[in-house]
Design a protein around this ligand. Structure first.
Ligand SMILES: Cc1cc2nc3c(=O)[nH]c(=O)nc-3n(C[C@H](O)[C@H](O)[C@H](O)COP(=O)(O)OP(=O)(O)OC[C@H]3O[C@@H](n4cnc5c(N)ncnc54)[C@H](O)[C@@H]3O)c2cc1C
Length: 607
């Protein structure tokens, strides 16, 4: 990919004249300053780790080490360019796979998680969504910690956000509510959009079908129900991540160790009964499942260790450390140090699928060469907006209380401000071009198709992360137990049918024809639609819950409301794995807010 002259100059200048204030980077453990002691060691640099490390380091008297398994995000041009998010290399991914999903055609599914500075915020879809008021109020109720209520967490959402108009100066009037946004935080948020006739049709549909699809001015107001313009974590045409938004603002009291995999945390001190887990063990050489005994090194944090490896790796690190289900660990030959069967359980994600409709609308494709030249010049144009989803709206639907789909079931959402379903008009694809979604065989008359995504936001099924072996370089077993309940399947059926009703509305009459994926005759038959769903459903990658927070003293859960790992001292988890269930959102924003809260809690513990 082309490196812009502008960026090249900045990086060359940064190399020649490193600011005394900037964080220090190390490419391997041997480069770390000898004998240096760190107050906090943070494992992982995603939405959780990048945020908490940055906030703790605002006290310049504290020394913070961030250990990240991946490379620097600055090594990958495609990460910076929002419109290239589909072109990201496999090298920045853990490239996980799930175990066969027995209720979804026994399929083994690819499961993406970023292995790079900034974690998934360096490769995600950049949608900025906070979730519903009920999500937070329910987290507060479950954890018995009122601080997690919407009203208490709202200031943290504002604290992490820096909203500004998009780089192309497109008008955003009527696209969001400026009064509910933050203007001086760390993560850039903007609401640029593709100029396309679908925009008007979508807004017209909210007028003619206002019962099911009312217009929503700003879905970030705590009640995301309706159809509105999307907002993105993009700052002046460049991806804003926990690396660029948070870590780039830190000073030289932050050290960032790249390319280094943390294998375990260990009790510190001589007592065999110590549960003071302030020692971090990491690999120092080649890190491969084929070399389970690769050399390791240890460092002790003066104050605390914070694990922020994300929803898969955090439970993996805890389990490898002997913190987990005693009998399962002993079966693998791992000594049990803290018996806690909840570690790795409660894996919670949304489930979704893609569909297609033939359309006469123009494709959202653009001339890549011209777009690259424009982005390189001043970060504007089509590549300044997110890739893959090149249309501009998100739809959130709450099923009515008397919906036949819910009959006989408790409401799976946390309350009446919460949608059951999300649908996303994704892009308009020229069938002869490159499609981001595999296209089914099409008849010759279909030249252009509209892709959409339909999502069940609140599946009741939970999955798990378990160890395959005692080798810390082995990927763990990831089991979502997809479609493990009839209700999960029924709501996804309704998501497809709701999307179909949206595109059957009068504004689309001469613009789209009947769905071809799933075919319209499939959508009328529950069994046929079930088969389609079982063969196409995927986890949406908004996964949380595998080190879930529970009340102080509860016999279940992995961390207390102050993010401390139960049964230990000196050890906390701050990332998406602590959220007790998946919210009505794409989850980076709730995780940023949780990490902001965690930083305050940790600081209070070390005045
Ligand atoms: C493809 C994709 C698209 C998404 N799109 C959106 C979106 O549009 N909007 C949205 O809100 N959310 C989105 N999400 C979700 C969101 O980005 C993530 O949920 C969020 O970033 C998770 O933050 P985290 O701190 O929990 O973990 P992560 O961001 O995953 O960070 C964990 C970090 O820890 C490192 N690490 C792990 N194990 C170790 C170890 N043993 N040693 C050292 N380092 C380690 C990892 O390499 C990684 O950098 C998306 C997720 C994916 C995967």
């Amino acid at each position: 990919m082309t490196l812009s002259f502008h960026n090249l100059c900045i990086w060359v200048l940064a190399l020649l004249f490193p600011s005394a204030q900037a964080a220090k980077f190390f490419q391997n453990p041997s480069q770390l300053p000898e004998g240096h002691q760190y107050d906090f060691i943070v494992v992982g640099s995603g939405a959780g780790g990048g945020t908490v490390a940055t906030r703790l380091a605002e006290n310049k008297a504290l020394s913070v080490l961030v250990i990240e398994a991946g490379a620097s995000d600055k090594d990958f041009f495609e990460i910076q360019v929002p419109g290239l998010s589909q072109a990201l290399p496999h090298a920045i991914d853990w490239n996980f796979t799930t175990v066969p999903q027995v209720n979804a055609g026994n399929r083994v599914m690819g499961y993406s998680r970023a292995r790079v500075l900034g974690g998934c915020t360096s490769h995600n879809g950049m949608d900025y969504t906070r979730g519903s008021r009920d999500d937070y109020d329910q987290w507060a109720a479950i954890t018995k910690e009122p601080h997690f209520s919407w009203d208490s967490m709202f200031p943290y959402m504002l604290k992490s956000e820096k909203y500004a108009q998009n780089i192309d100066h497109q008008s955003e009037v009527g696209h969001l509510n400026p009064a509910i946004h933050g203007y001086s935080g760390k993560i850039g948020v903007s609401a640029g959009y593709t100029e396309h006739p679908a925009n008007n049709l979508i807004i017209e549909t909210t007028k003619v079908m206002k019962n099911e699809f009312p217009f929503k001015l700003d879905s970030n107001d705590g009640r995301p129900i309706g159809v509105g313009w999307a907002q993105h974590t993009i700052k002046a045409g460049v991806r804003s991540s926990s690396s660029t938004g948070y870590l780039d603002t830190t000073g030289d009291n932050v050290h960032i160790l790249l390319h280094t995999l943390v294998t375990r945390v260990l009790p510190t001190g001589n007592s065999s009964h110590s549960t003071d887990f302030r020692t971090v063990e990491f690999a120092t050489g080649v890190q491969s499942p084929n070399i389970p005994q690769a050399p390791r090194q240890q460092l002790i944090a003066r104050k605390e260790v914070i694990i922020a490896g994300g929803v898969i790796n955090t439970p993996q690190i805890l389990l490898n450390s002997g913190i987990g289900d005693k009998s399962a660990l002993q079966a693998l030959g791992i000594p049990s140090l803290v018996d806690n069967p909840s570690v790795g359980k409660n894996l919670s994600d949304q489930i979704g699928l893609f569909g297609l409709l033939p359309t006469t609308l123009p494709s959202t494709d653009f001339d890549m060469t011209a777009a690259l030249a424009q982005w390189n010049k001043n970060h504007s144009g089509p590549l300044s907006r997110r890739g893959f989803v090149t249309l501009n709206h998100l739809g959130w639907v709450r099923l009515p209380a008397n919906s036949p789909v819910l009959r006989g079931h408790a409401d799976p959402t946390p309350g009446e401000n919460s949608p059951h379903i999300e649908f996303i008009p994704v892009s308009v694809i020229n069938v002869t071009g490159t499609s981001p979604i595999p296209l089914p065989p099409l008849t010759a008359d279909v030249k252009t198709v509209m892709a959409f995504a339909a999502v069940n936001l609140h599946p009741i099924t939970r999955g798990s992360v378990t160890l395959k072996s005692s080798n810390p370089f082995d990927a763990p077993n990831i089991d979502f137990n997809l479609l493990g309940s009839d209700l999960d399947l029924a709501i996804l059926r309704e998501a497809v049918r709701s999307t179909q009703r949206f595109f059957r509305a009068s504004p689309w009459k001469n613009q789209v024809s009947e769905m071809i994926l799933p075919p319209a005759n499939v959508t009328t038959d529950d069994n046929a639609l079930n088969s389609f769903i079982q063969s196409t459903v995927q986890p949406v990658l908004h996964t949380v819950g595998s080190a879930a927070m529970s009340p102080e003293g509860a016999s279940w859960g992995v961390v207390d409301p102050d993010f401390r790992v139960k049964g230990t001292t000196g050890l906390r988890v701050v990332d998406g794995s602590v959220l007790p269930f998946v919210p009505s959102a794409h989850v980076q924003t709730p995780i940023y807010a949780f990490a902001e809260r965690a930083a305050d809690v940790i600081r209070q513990g070390h005045p």
